[in-house]
Design a protein around this ligand. Sequence first.
Ligand code: ZN
Length: 165
Amino acid sequence: MNRRAFIFTAVTGLALFTVLQFKSSHNKINIKAAASIKKLEYSDDFWRNALSSNQYAILRKGATEPRYSSKYTEFNEAGSYHCIGCNLELFTSDMKYDSKTGWPSFMDHLRGHLEVYTDFRTILPSMAYSCAQCGGHHGHLIMDGPLPTGQRWCSNGQTLEFRPA
Ligand SMILES: [Zn+2]
């Protein structure tokens, strides 16, 4: 095989692998809002006034905070993490682990309190998640977390509020 053919095969193989990987993990994940959660519908102006500019950029526009910028990245107190937009509880401290990625990371979430959707803004489509109650974007779900879930709920700390147990 010449060099060009090798590169072509390698790139095609990698692309195919990535797509299949995404499809298989995506098919297994079917996370929807709990029926008991009433969705909040507020205008863009409401959110712009209610949130800080950073919180607005993340929750309403899907931005990502810089790595290691959140006070919750290396933070291990017992308690719960709530959506800064609407107070819905999303994670507990026993779901949190140190992923060494620079963002607060959780291996699970409170079922029905988050919804997973496909984010096409990333280079390759990725799984993102939002608050089931206010629809605010919180982060991305990556399947490289610890067992038994294998999930990493990679969260923006600026959109969470910690409450001690
Ligand atoms: Zn919310």
